[in-house]
Design a protein around this ligand. Structure first.
Ligand SMILES: [Zn+2]
Ligand SMILES: [Zn+2]
Length: 391
């Protein structure tokens, strides 16, 4: 993957360019390198494919996010994500080159030209990859930290069992469409400002299938597909976070005409924890502490995700002081070259001041304050001096 160019660079953009800029840049580059404008030019064809692939990723919000965060590794279907033998992660992009949806960009102008090379001869009823599906999944904070196995139920299009996905009622035949002679396509010529283009559209007689079913299957009304509920088991590795994507290859919708099935993207949503918050692999904890504990020092019992640990707080600890418990954070999904395998736990001392005091208690506090005098508070003294200077 090292020799792969940056997708933004391919489109002549700066990193993180906005949707509109990406669209505009793609139009420009696609026009420039289009095979019909550069006949027989292999370099232009490669460029065109590269531009095409870049747009396929950057025009898809989810894939763009993954690319922005992880680079090519985040969107490359071949690059496993998560060094430790875990290869399912990372939101692979199955479409590769040709994944971009050109129809909304070019309308009829370029319609049908993107079949590769001379496009026009390409059969529209050839193998086609099934649609990718997306499924949201909520997991608990702990499940995200330690990994888990989840069963999910989802509705998915599948081949109709009654007709084996053919769409023809058992025992009945199909015949080749006479309009398109089985190609599923009809051609028309179109003159435009850019020259004459051959437009290829789906055959209206067979709706692009190339064949006509004489007696449609009653179960699926001749479509060959039905919606069924599936139960799938999903392995969730330790260290995932909200918006992490787990890719289950081939678990999307079935392909047509022998094409491969699409992929299923599981997008995770992690529930918040009662006391811990998380940033990357580090955990944060607000630990309540009393005045006398802070002033005199104490042994605090601090929770981690797995156990209680004892932590010695020194005398004279200030409010909001943060102590770090190394390695008590979350296991990293990917171990970085220089980082540790686990994040850290940051414990913030949150001073709790008593609110209901008796007369005697108030007296005792006042007495202590008098004995302490102003020397006990260097920060406060410094601040007072600043105030005097200001006004
Ligand atoms: Zn059927
Ligand atoms: Zn036809």
């Amino acid at each position: 993957m090292a020799d792969k160019r940056d997708y933004y660079e391919v489109l002549g953009l700066k990193k993180g360019a906005a949707e509109e800029e990406i669209k505009k840049a793609f139009r420009k580059k696609a026009m420039e390198f289009h095979p019909d404008k550069n006949p027989g030019d292999k370099a232009a064809e490669d460029k065109f494919k590269e531009v095409n692939e870049a747009y396929g990723i950057l025009s898809d919000k989810e894939k763009k996010d993954l690319y922005d965060r992880f680079g090519h590794a985040g969107v490359d279907p071949n690059a496993g994500f998560g060094g430790g033998g875990f290869s399912g992660f990372g939101g692979g992009f199955g479409g590769g080159a040709g994944g971009a949806d050109f129809s909304d960009l070019f309308g009829d102008l370029f319609g049908g030209m993107f079949g590769g090379g001379g496009g026009a001869q390409r059969r529209r009823n050839g193998p086609k990859k099934g649609r990718d599906l997306q499924h949201g999944l909520r997991i608990t904070f702990k499940e995200a930290a330690f990994g888990t196995k989840k069963k999910i139920k989802l509705k998915r299009q599948s081949d109709c069992p009654a007709c084996n996905g053919t769409g023809a009622k058992d025992g009945t035949a199909k015949h080749t469409c006479e309009t398109c002679h089985g190609t599923g396509q009809v051609q028309t010529q179109q003159r435009t400002a850019f020259g004459t283009f051959t437009n290829v559209g789906a055959c209206p007689t067979c709706r692009g299938k190339g064949e006509i079913i004489d007696t449609p299957c009653t179960e699926c009304s001749g479509t060959g597909k039905i919606i069924r509920e599936f139960t799938l088991s999903v392995d969730i590795p330790a260290g995932v976070d909200s918006d992490s994507v787990i890719t289950l290859r081939g678990q999307g919708e079935p392909g047509t005409n022998g094409g491969p099935a699409g992929d299923l993207y599981i997008v995770l949503q992690v529930e918040p924890h009662e006391v811990f918050t998380r940033d990357g692999n580090d955990l944060y904890l607000d630990m309540p502490i009393t005045f006398e504990q802070a002033a005199l020092g104490t042994k605090l019992i601090v929770p981690t995700l797995t156990e209680k640990v004892s932590y010695k707080v020194p005398a004279g600890t200030q409010p909001d002081a943060v102590f770090r418990l190394k390695g008590k954070g979350i296991k990293a999904l990917r171990r970085s070259a220089f980082g540790s395998e686990y994040g850290d736990l940051y414990v913030k001392m949150v001073l709790e001041v008593p609110t209901k005091l008796s007369g005697d208690q108030k007296k005792a506090i006042k007495k202590m304050a008098e004995e302490l005098g102003s020397d006990a508070y260097p920060q406060k003294n410094k601040f007072s001096k600043c105030m005097e200077k200001m006004f």
